[in-house]
Write a protein that binds this ligand. Structure first.
Ligand code: RM4
Ligand code: MN
Ligand code: MN
Length: 434
């Protein structure tokens, strides 16, 4: 088999790869099951919940990303949205964890949206939130976003940016999407450059028009980001501005938390908890970071922080917070890895954090909190976090017909090498920094 290409989406290829690993997995799963049962946890119930967990692949993530200094293209990168879909299908076939794709417009523009939806359906994929883009000018665009889009001082620029968002909704409807994510780069590089209050007022005025164009079953997800490209002040810079905007706009507006969009050391799980309280947690862009909006692979830097975020989400489920349904999306930039491998492992890291959070004994934790037993409360979280849940994740994949070891199976398929042959003319198709 060495050197030959096999479609990694082929069921029998995956079954064959799994065959060699099933015996060890069965033994590991039984051992973990025994440990968990002593803690009063039914391992199969946890596995079933993990199997139900899904995260959307960002279309821009399957190409090699870049920094503001350079982009080093990888072999066989997808050249258009149809090829991106093929890569997303590989990720989903091997992990069983990524049933949807989140598009970015106009990066993913095609004249054949119905055809795109058809292809997605054939591949077993759906569409999550559509992302608008008014943070760069596209060729031939009438008015420039250099000094802002939805909050620009010129009403004509604002109208153009509103129209683009409305167009994104229209396209999203063709695809069966049910949410629009709005992130703007608007802001200022100098104190005094912009009237901070008026810019926010213009934001509300513009987003109100977008909000009014939302179909009844749609959500608008407002994404905040502390800085970049505006380095002094960003109009929607934090969860406070985001929540204020969502509450001002109405019940279909929610806040989206991109994990990388905060100052270092900010307590993100606390933000999540507050947004749950306000019933405005709309979704996530998962990634990891060390210093800023680094867009590193989820769970690669601080898996404990990721666990603590999931601890809040599982807690909200456990407390049965009404209408609690945040969207899960990845938002990463892969500069030095094969994007497919990064996205597969990232989806698995999310499932890991979810599984660990499901192991927290919440009754016991509540008691320790009530007694102000700080040490044992924190140990209760740690016990869940330090449990090796790998057999649960692998079993969930196996049950869904996905791969026990997705990266190994992917490499064995030689998919990337085949893409390098099939997609020779790789050229830049979109963003560098994402
Ligand atoms: C931004 C933000 C948005 C993404 C762009 C490409 O930093 O994270 O979600 O659409 O990058
Ligand atoms: Mn993002
Ligand atoms: Mn970002």
């Amino acid at each position: 088999m060495a050197g030959t290409y096999t479609d990694p989406r082929d069921r029998s290829f995956i079954a064959d790869a799994n065959a060699k690993l099933t015996k060890d997995l069965d033994a590991d799963y039984a051992a973990l099951g025994a440990i968990l049962s002593r803690r009063g946890i039914d391992i199969d119930a946890v596995t079933a919940m993990v199997a139900n967990f899904g995260v959307a692949i960002p279309s821009w993530g399957v190409g090699t990303g870049g920094t503001r200094f350079a982009r080093f293209p990888g072999r066989g990168e997808p050249r258009n949205v149809f090829e991106k879909l093929e890569d997303c299908a590989v990720i989903h076939s091997l992990t069983g964890a990524t049933p949807t794709v989140s598009l970015h417009l106009p990066w993913d523009h095609t004249d054949d949206m119905p055809g795109l939806r058809q292809r997605a359906t054939a591949l077993g994929l759906g569409f999550d939130a559509v992302n608008s883009n008014t943070f760069q000018d596209r060729p031939g665009q009438k008015l420039s976003y250099k000094f802002g889009s939805l909050t620009h001082t010129d009403a004509a620029v604002r109208a153009q940016a509103v129209e683009h968002n409305v167009e994104c909704i229209r396209i999203g409807q063709l695809l069966g999407s049910r949410a629009l994510t709005v992130w703007i780069g608007d802001g200022a590089n100098f104190p005094g450059q912009q009237h901070l209050g008026r810019a926010f007022e213009r934001y509300i005025e513009s987003t109100r028009q977008i909000y009014d164009a939302l179909p009844a079953d749609w959500r608008m997800l407002i994404e905040h980001k502390m800085y970049e490209p505006a380095f002094y002040a960003t109009v929607i810079q934090d969860w406070g501005s985001s929540l204020l905007a969502a509450q001002t706009l109405g019940p279909k507006a929610f806040c989206l938390v991109d994990l990388g969009h905060h100052a270092p050391n900010v307590n993100i799980e606390m933000i999540v908890s507050r947004l749950v309280h306000a019933r405005r947690l709309g979704g996530f862009h998962f990634n990891d970071s060390k210093y800023g909006d680094d867009d590193l692979d989820t769970g690669s830097i601080d898996p404990y922080r990721l666990f603590l975020v999931f601890n809040e989400l599982v807690d909200a489920q456990w407390r049965q917070v009404p209408d609690f349904n945040p969207a899960h999306m990845l938002d990463q930039s892969h500069n030095v890895t094969d994007p497919i491998e990064s996205l597969m492992t990232s989806a698995i890291e999310l499932q890991r954090a979810y599984a660990q959070a499901l192991l927290v004994d919440r009754e016991v934790l509540a008691d320790y909190q009530q007694q102000n037993d700080a040490l044992m409360a924190s140990q209760t979280l740690k016990r869940a976090f330090t449990t090796d849940v790998q057999p649960i994740l692998a079993r969930a994949r196996l049950q869904k017909g996905a791969a026990i070891d997705p990266v190994a199976a992917y490499r064995r398929s030689h998919y990337r090498i085949e893409c390098a042959v099939k997609r020779p003319a790789a050229h830049s198709f979109g963003g560098g920094i994402v």
